[in-house]
Design a protein around this ligand. Sequence first.
Ligand SMILES: [Zn+2]
Length: 320
Amino acid sequence: MFYKIIIKSTLFFFILLLNLNANEIKSLKLEEIADGIYVHIGKHENFYEEENIGDIANIGFIIGDDSIAVIDTGGSHQIGEALRLAIKKISKKPIKYVINTHGHQDHIFGNTAFVSEGATIYGHYNLKKFLKERGSQYVRQITEAGDKVKGTSIIFPHKIIATTSSDETKKISDEITIDLGNRKLLLTSHPTSHTYADATVYDFKTKTFFVGDLVQDERTPTMDGLTKEWIKLLSKIDKVDYKIMVPGHGNIQTDNSALKKTQKYLQVLYDDVIDALKKDISAEKVIEIAAESEKNNWILFDRVNPGNVVRTFMRYEWEY
Ligand SMILES: [Zn+2]
């Protein structure tokens, strides 16, 4: 009888432990891609479907002598918290900066995890406007995803990536430099391309370039801005002297192959839409045929491409 109670209570204790572990936020798998630079590679899954808690984008951080900068925070408070815990295991230096490369949910929703750390959140000078516009749609998605992403909310950037005149009325440049202690990072706000609020982060020490979703590998890019202008911007980005490129999704790059692949997809998308507009093909038909030749080069193509076609069609409809 006595043993039975012990076995039963031990069993109960184990079940309790298992349950505790299931609810506990696990720290994320990280890869050190350059000296003091770590990245977590997101999964190519649909946002919040089934087990997914928003772990779909590449997120990372850079450690300087005095402080740490986080670049993108993942698609939920839980992912942000997992990243924060993973950072703490590697370095006890304060997380002073969070930089959002753009406003899509999979890159910003972990911001909440870093606010209590006292981190200053940086974003493109249009990021606040972008998040205000998307706010209700994003909040609806979080609500639908339920308890697994509880606590997730939108945090507006505290500081813009731009240099302004001392009275803050004029923008002097679209760049700023932050110093993590013996380690300077160049933050740049870019013109409308993938969205109207994309920024990049460049580490001078290792020539590592975080480009957000301006470049994607494997996962189909989402065109949420201006197709033609994005193609142009990629040619400019290609000229930057980088050694390592961190795209918003997919593998770490040491050359421009993902950049070229992204650019080619956008060019095919643009050309096919313009061609259809010239031939007066109906919008329904354009959705079916535009960029179809790129289908086998990308993951989640059928989910993402139709929206890209529609947005490209609507933007350039009156130009031809
Ligand atoms: Zn993304």
